[in-house]
Design a protein around this ligand. Structure first.
Ligand SMILES: [Ca+2]
Length: 260
């Protein structure tokens, strides 16, 4: 019997290397380009499409959806939300833009070309961010859960729980689908999680500390706020990040940190 137990214990030890392999990789960054960003824009949603950035801004009385020229920051299309709404994540689907609001449980659908409001829809709970993979829409609500939606009906079909070795990851915010992974800003931090959409497991952490330099920070209630906003140009393989009321938007390249 003792031999049997020993054999079982040895077999259990074989799990060691597999556990080690599941430790998320750590990434830093290099800045490839710096672009202007509206320092009044309280960025809540961001995506890239055909040469332009589409951005949603938050705060009551201040919320909008904008189409922005990447190189200059020029706003070429804009719609303001009714003052009671706090705009949150946006994403394109076919000829539409879909937008969440923070606590009002109402989403808006706009015409991608004209920004005309096409319709509204409802969902329960808070709305934080949206992205899509060409088949499904992914929606964050500030919890470790990412909701999976059917893009036509905007109905929930399943959920993903984001976790790493420390357990569920809270404050999952702005999302971006990047080469088969979901990238997510973790609210209130300088970190982006690279998430496996199948398991919810964090595959890697991107550390963006120091991206916005101290000279670009404005202190105070209406000053510079947190990192938020990820957009990916799949054709050009370009990754863009910015933050709430940041004067700059950055194209970055990830740099894997060496293992400790
Ligand atoms: Ca995004």
């Amino acid at each position: 019997m003792r031999i049997l137990i020993l054999t079982a214990a040895l077999a259990a030890c074989a799990c060691g290397p597999a556990t080690q392999a599941s430790v998320p990789a750590e990434y830093g960054y290099e800045v490839v380009h710096t672009y202007p960003h509206d320092k009044q824009a309280f960025t809540e949603g961001l995506f890239y499409l055909d040469g332009f950035l589409y951005e949603s801004t938050g705060l009551e009385q201040r919320s909008s959806v904008r189409k922005v020229r990447l190189e200059t920051g020029e706003v070429v299309e804009k719609i303001d939300l009714p003052g009671r709404y706090f705009g949150e994540g946006i994403i394109n689907w076919k000829d539409r833009i879909i937008q969440l609001t923070y606590k009002t449980e109402v989403g808006f659908v706009y015409d991608l070309a004209t920004f005309a409001v096409k319709n509204e829809f409802k969902y329960p709970g808070e709305g934080w961010a949206l992205t899509q993979d060409g088949k499904r829409i992914y929606m964050s609500d500030g919890t470790p859960q990412i909701r999976v939606w059917d893009p036509e009906s905007l109905r929930e079909t399943s959920r993903i729980t984001v976790s790493d070795a420390g357990g569920p990851v809270k404050n999952v915010n702005e999302l971006e689908w990047v080469k088969g992974e979901i990238y997510a800003n973790i609210w209130g931090t300088d970190r982006i999680a690279r998430i496996d959409p199948a398991s919810g497991r964090v595959l890697g952490w991107i550390d963006l500390a120091g991206l916005l330099g101290p000279d670009d920070y404005v202190a105070g209630e209406n000053g510079t706020d947190v990192l938020n906003g990820i957009a990916y140009d799949a054709k050009g393989d370009r990754l863009f990040v910015t933050g709430k009321r940041w004067p700059k938007l950055f194209e970055i390249r990830l740099v894997k940190k060496s293992n400790p």
